[in-house]
Design a protein around this ligand. Structure first.
Ligand code: HEM
Length: 494
């Protein structure tokens, strides 16, 4: 037994040394430090059920630029603002492409989706289209009225719960609202009625896709297994994507048919902007690209915004003095029963600070969306091997005690007198990433989150359901960081 154990230790050490040597490139350059990998599996077992937390702990030992071996894949984990700046800004060119999870190969999403395709002419065309035709201030202002209608539904749902004394499942209600806000922006229509069966169905599709993309997949650790798809992740994701595409096909066909039948409705939505661009542009954008982009927006836009709202409300319930301050600010700017408008956000500095503080403690995409080194790259005195996956641990950066005072406390006030925002210039707060691949939907997310939160805070007092003594703070890891126990609270109209 002892002999077998000694042999195993010897083989592990020899493999680890070989791995380090084999990857060493050029004189004087070394690989980043990291935990010793086991043979074959590397450091997979160090990830645990909450990889963002395990990686934060490992970074305290090995430093902010750390190399792990996840199966056969080299992975560099970045855990400080300075090194995040180097990846996202200074050496953005070297790290701007994505490391694509196998789940994303479903229906060739990896080659058609703006979120995953490599940086090139096609990616630039679609990014420009998003920036100018969908998420510019002017375009967003034009869609403000439709979004307002959807917010009234959220308020109506909370009012009903007030009357009946029922609890609001904040994540669910915010998700349905996000979905409706997204759907309204995309198609000028409603995806789901709050509380209806189909709302649950869409929530399941989006959450399912997010969970599959975030789930540890043997095919990602050992690409040789891709053909087998051992956990069935690619198969399940293909089924989800097919469901979405069937809905998109129907909507697009209906719109095209209406146009050819001479319908003169002026559509002020993203689908119209996309179809217009598709008809007029010569850059080779196909209907396939349009559908994959709709899928990107639909998936990236709903779950992310709703979970931010749920975490923000969770923190406010735990910190009643902050809730009162936010309410006071809202009532100073707006009268009772007056609905918040998007143009009010600029007058609500405390509300904006709450959102920043929520992003700091609960970044919705904790490891951001993984990047990849396109070439062997010199980086801060190290060599990052070609095709290494780069993960930026925004969760660890947000809780770093050398960056933030009282890092584990929810203190929105810290942002009131500081010029720090989350638009990719301040690398201590990067929930939307940074550089050329920064989240393209950030301007819409900004409006949706502030509006939902303001609507929930302004005219209601909230309390926990009877029998519940405290709010659960447990996290559930996926591509997005969800609450393990949903926040259910009972509203009372003020
Ligand atoms: C709380 C809300 C959101 C968060 C925290 C978030 C976060 C992120 C992050 C971290 C990235 C990767 C950035 C990088 O690699 O540097 C990203 C990319 C992206 N996001 Fe968001 N996002 C949110 C909302 C939205 C919304 C509302 C949309 C669209 C409707 C959207 C669409 C996208 C797209 C298309 C990309 C890919 C961009 C590219 O690769 O070029 N996101 N997002």
């Amino acid at each position: 037994m002892d002999l077998i154990f000694t042999l195993l230790v010897f083989i592990s050490l020899a493999a680890a040394l070989w791995f380090r040597r084999a990857l060493k490139r050029g004189p004087g350059l070394k690989l980043p430090p990291g935990p010793l990998p086991l043979p074959i599996f590397g450091n997979i077992f160090s990830l645990g059920r909450k990889p963002h937390q395990s990686l934060a702990r490992l970074a305290q030992i090995h430093g902010p630029i750390m190399l792990l071996k996840l199966g056969s894949r080299s992975t560099v984990v970045i855990s400080s603002p300075e090194s995040a700046r180097a990846v996202l800004q200074k050496q953005d060119q070297a790290f701007c492409n994505r490391s694509t999870p196998d789940a994303i190969r479903a229906l060739r999403h990896d080659t058609h989706s703006v979120a995953w395709m490599p940086v090139g002419d096609q990616w630039r065309t679609i990014r420009r289209l998003c920036k100018d035709k969908m998420f510019s201030g002017q375009r967003l202002d034009a869609g403000g009225g439709v979004r307002m209608e959807k917010l009234k539904k959220l308020v109506g749902h909370v009012d009903q719960c007030c009357e009946s004394g029922r609890a609001v499942d904040v994540g669910k209600a915010a998700f349905t609202t996000s979905l409706n806000l997204m759907w309204a922006s995309l198609f000028s229509a409603d995806a789901a009625e709050i509380g209806s069966h189909s709302s649950g169905e869409f929530r399941d599709i989006v959450s399912g896709i997010m969970e599959l993309i975030g789930k540890p997949n043997l095919s990602d650790f050992f690409p040789i297994l891709r053909a087998v798809d051992p956990q069935g992740i690619l198969k399940s994701n293909t089924a989800y994507f097919e469901k979405c595409f069937a809905v998109f096909d129907e909507i697009i066909d209906r719109r095209v048919e209406m146009k050819s039948a001479g319908d003169r409705t002026v559509w002020n939505d993203i689908l119209e902007a996309l179809l217009e661009f598709y008809r007029e542009d010569q850059s080779g954008l196909t209907l396939e690209h349009v559908k994959h982009l709709l899928l990107d927006l639909f998936v990236a836009g709903s779950d992310t915004t709703s979970s931010t709202v749920e975490w923000a409300m969770t923190e406010l319930i735990r910190n009643p003095d902050k809730m009162q301050k936010a309410k006071h600010e809202l009532r100073t700017v707006l009268s009772l029963d007056q609905l918040v408008q998007e143009s009010d956000i600029s007058q609500l500095p405390y509300l904006r600070s709450i959102v920043k503080e929520t992003f700091r403690l609960h970044p919705t995409v904790p490891l951001l969306v993984p990047r990849r080194a396109t070439e062997d790259t010199k980086f801060n005195g190290y060599i990052i091997p070609k095709n290494a996956q780069i993960m930026i641990n925004a969760w660890a950066i947000g809780r770093d005690t050398s960056v933030w005072q009282d890092a584990d406390k929810f203190l929105p006030e810290r942002f009131l007198d500081k010029d720090i925002d989350f638009r990719g210039q301040h690398f201590e707060l990067i929930p939307f990433g940074g550089g050329r691949r920064i989240c393209v939907g950030m301007p819409l997310a900004h409006r949706m989150i502030h509006m939902m939160l303001a609507s929930l805070v302004k005219d209601y007092e909230w309390k926990l359901e009877e029998g519940i003594m405290e709010v659960g703070m447990e996290e559930k890891f996926g591509l997005t960081l969800q609450k393990a126990i949903p926040l259910r609270i009972v509203p009372n109209k003020v």
